[in-house]
Every structure is written in structure tokens, then in C-alpha cells.
Ligand binder design. Structure first.
Ligand code: ADP
Ligand code: 3PG
Ligand code: MG
Length: 388
């Protein structure tokens, strides 16, 4: 995919950057600043070209009105620390009169962060009016919000119809990595899919399973596939409305799907688990992880792979007792000598918690975005950046 690169952009006095600074907050504290760090190279590159930089982002999902708990204030502070610079911050509506005044005061090299774009109800409606107001904050638009390029919003999509638009360094890196994975020819190509929602993963399975030799399934997603195969899963988390979808996929890609052969079950998530053969799940039990035999089998397949994509934890990994399957897969992906890519907030967090992030080819900052990109579609936030 050929994107209009930032290096070909004219040097301008004022550049408008869409970043994805949607970080997890806990009582106003930033729990993980990965996305803020990932946005630094583009901001630095623009500053070193003498531009003043206006940065914009969403945070969480406020419903088109100001919510104090979802202000980007704490992000502005962290951005200041990381850039070693006093980042200006315009609190409230992103295109308010005071935001406009702040923009007017900017000097070369200054950075201003606008407040949460989703405080304005027009943002998620891809509203051209909001896009036009935002467009006054830059001579060029730089798309660096990889995690949000699957959204057709005013700041990710409509704006690209107004300002000359370029891919930021993060978007460029993400697109290169996912293109390399998706368009590679090396086999075996192995897909590992876990997590919770089958609806989010169907498109990827349909697109990638055609070329993947093995599709390793786990997590709550695995429960749905097991149930579809007629295995009693007790009180496990599963999507019983999606059994036909799961059956259809297994039929279409026969012989490629691997489901757990043993699992860890528990009666309550506060109680310890037990490993059992997959046919032996009690009616009052829940499957919360893949078992040791499945871990070993999946590990062997992953170690022999030349390309791997992993999305979604293999169990309820937030509880240490049920994290073993996810950790085993994380380790196997880290040890795999092939090209490895991990997408998804929870999978990336599990990898980071094990200190393995540096040992995979690429960790995407986008969850939904990486999945939708790998469906092979041109996403709304990317469309306007394509070299014609
Ligand atoms: P990602 O963020 O990596 O894309 P998802 O958001 O799809 O992953 O799913 C992550 C969630 O799935 C986690 O909260 C995890 O606890 C949950 N999960 C995985 N396996 C199970 C299971 N067997 N039972 C209940 N929850 C599970
Ligand atoms: C994400 O966290 O996946 C992105 O920031 C997009 O957020 P959204 O799902 O609320 O659009
Ligand atoms: Mg998640």
C-alpha cells in the first residue's frame, strides 16, 4: 500500500496531527502510555522541520458532550514530560473560541493538544462542518492515529477531503508491518485467535484463513467453536447465537482449525482451576483457559511457523491462575523465528507484562483497526492518504 509520506510534505508553519491518545485511565491516572509514546516520532519530526503542531485525539466514548473524567488533560501532562516541553492544552470543546486563540499564539516548535474530539457530537458523525473548523488549525493534515483509522469520523476521514493529507510515521510503520504479514508468501502462516467477540474476528478469519495453514483457537472465542462442535461447555462464556457462523467457518476451512483438546475449568473465577480433557467440562463449570496439552500442541505449531498473527488472549488472563495459556502462547510467539505480529489491546498488554514486546516483529497499537485492516479493506482513515 502506497501512502503519501510525511517526508514528501511541504514545510509548513502549522501542522494538524490526528493521534490515537486513547489510553487506559484509572482514577485519572494513565495506566499504560504506549500510545502516547508511539505518537512522539511524528510530533518530533514536525517540530524539527520548524512547524508548530496541533495534536488532536479522542479518549473513551463520551456521547457528544463534555465529561470531565474523559478530558485529555492528564495526557497533555504526560506528553509534556515525554517531549520535555510545555505542551499547551485547550480544555473543553476542541474547536472552541479559546482553542482558536491558543492556536493563534503558537510559535514554531510549540505543541498544542486539543481536548477530546468526542466531546463534540459532530465528530463521530464524520461531519464536514467540524472537519472544516479543525482544518483551520493546520496547513497540512497528518494522520497518525492508527488505532482509529477504521473509524469514519470528522478528524479521521472528513478532514482528509479538506487539507492535503499525509501518513504519519506510526501509520506508515503499522501499514508496512501489516502489509508484510498479509501479502507475504512464506508458509506455514499461523493465525492465533482468542479473546471474546466472534463478530470482531469473523472478517479476519475469512480473509486470512484462506492462506493460513493453521488457525489456533482459544479464549471465549474457543468456547463458541467448541459448543458449535457439540462439546458441552457448561457455564462458559460463549456466543451461543453465533454457532452457525462458527460451523460455517470450520466447514469452509476444514482441517485448518485447531480447537483446545484440554482446558482449565472452574466453578467460580475466584476459585482455583482444574485441567481436564475437553470432553469432561462439568455442567456447573466454566472454561477459563486452554490446558497444558493444548499449550504444548499450539507451541509446536507456532515454533514451526514462518508468519504468525496473534489476536486475543487464550483465557481469562487478567487472573494469574488462568493466564498460563496466554503466557505460553506469548512465549511461543516470542521464540518463533518467523515474522510475528500481535494486535489487540489485551494481547499486547499480556505480551508487555511478560516483557516480550521487543521479541516480536510488530506489536500493533490498534486493536479493532489492525483486525479490520487485515480483512483486506481500505479503511476510512487511510483512504485519503493513498498515493494516486
Ligand atoms: P484483544 O483486546 O487482545 O483484542 P479481546 O478484547 O477480544 O482481546 O478479548 C479479551 C478478553 O477476553 C479478556 O478480558 C479476557 O479475560 C477475555 N477472555 C478470554 N478467554 C476467556 C474465557 N475463556 N472466559 C472468559 N473470558 C475470556
Ligand atoms: C481503540 O482503542 O481501539 C481505538 O482508540 C478506537 O476506539 P473506539 O473503538 O472507541 O473507536
Ligand atoms: Mg480487548
Amino acid at each position: 500500500m502506497n501512502l503519501r509520506s510525511l517526508s514528501t510534505a511541504p514545510r509548513v508553519g502549522l501542522a494538524l496531527v490526528r493521534a490515537d491518545l486513547n489510553v487506559p485511565l484509572e482514577q485519572g491516572q494513565i495506566r499504560d502510555d504506549t500510545r502516547i509514546r508511539a505518537s512522539l516520532p511524528t510530533i518530533e519530526a514536525l517540530r524539527s522541520r520548524g512547524s508548530a503542531v496541533v495534536v488532536m485525539s479522542h479518549l473513551g466514548r463520551p456521547k457528544g458532550k463534555i465529561e470531565d473524567g474523559l478530558s485529555l488533560g492528564p495526557v497533555a501532562q504526560r506528553l509534556s514530560e515525554l517531549l520535555k516541553l510545555d505542551v499547551r492544552f485547550a480544555q473543553g470543546l476542541p474547536t472552541s473560541a479559546s482553542a482558536q486563540a491558543e492556536v493563534k499564539r503558537l510559535q514554531p516548535g510549540d505543541v498544542l493538544l486539543l481536548d477530546n474530539l468526542r466531546f463534540d457530537p459532530r465528530e463521530t458523525k464524520d461531519d464536514p462542518g467540524l472537519a472544516a473548523e479543525l482544518a483551520r488549525f493546520g496547513e497540512i493534515f497528518v494522520q497518525d492515529a492508527f488505532g482509529a483509522v477504521h473509524r469514519a469520523h470528522a478528524s479521521t476521514h472528513a478532514i482528509t477531503g479538506i487539507l492535503p493529507s499525509y501518513a504519519g510515521l506510526l501509520v506508515e510503520r503499522e501499514v508496512q508491518a501489516l502489509d508484510l504479514l498479509m501479502n507475504g508468501t512464506e508458509q506455514p502462516f499461523v493465525l492465533i485467535l482468542g479473546g471474546a467477540k466472534i463478530a470482531d474476528k469473523i472478517g479476519v478469519i475469512e480473509h486470512l484463513a484462506q492462506q493460513a495453514q493453521d488457525v489456533l483457537i482459544g479464549g471465549a472465542l474457543g468456547n463458541t467453536f467448541l459448543e458449535a462442535r457439540g462439546v458441552p461447555i457448561g457455564r462458559s462464556l460463549a456466543e451461543s447465537g453465533e454457532l452457525d457462523v462458527a460451523r460455517g467457518l470450520m466447514r469452509r476451512f476444514q482441517g485448518r482449525f485447531h480447537l483446545p483438546i484440554d482446558v482449565v475449568t472452574t466453578r467460580a473465577i475466584t476459585e482455583p482451576g482444574r485441567a481436564v480433557n475437553v470432553e469432561e467440562v462439568g455442567s456447573d463449570e466454566m472454561i477459563v483457559d486452554i490446558g497444558p496439552a493444548t499449550q504444548a500442541a499450539y507451541r509446536d505449531i507456532v515454533l514451526g511457523a514462518r508468519r504468525v498473527f496473534w489476536n486475543g488472549p487464550l483465557g481469562l488472563y487478567e487472573r494469574a491462575a488462568f493466564a498460563e495459556g496466554t503466557l505460553a502462547v506469548a512465549n511461543a510467539v516470542a521464540e518463533c523465528p518467523g515474522y510475528t505480529v500481535v494486535g489487540g489491546g489485551d494481547s499486547a498488554a499480556a505480551l508487555a507484562a511478560s516483557g516480550l514486546s521487543d521479541r516480536v516483529g510488530h506489536v500493533s497499537t490498534g486493536g479493532g483497526a489492525s483486525l479490520e485492516f487485515l480483512e483486506g479493506r481500505v479503511l476510512p482513515g487511510i483512504e485519503g492518504l493513498l498515493e494516486s
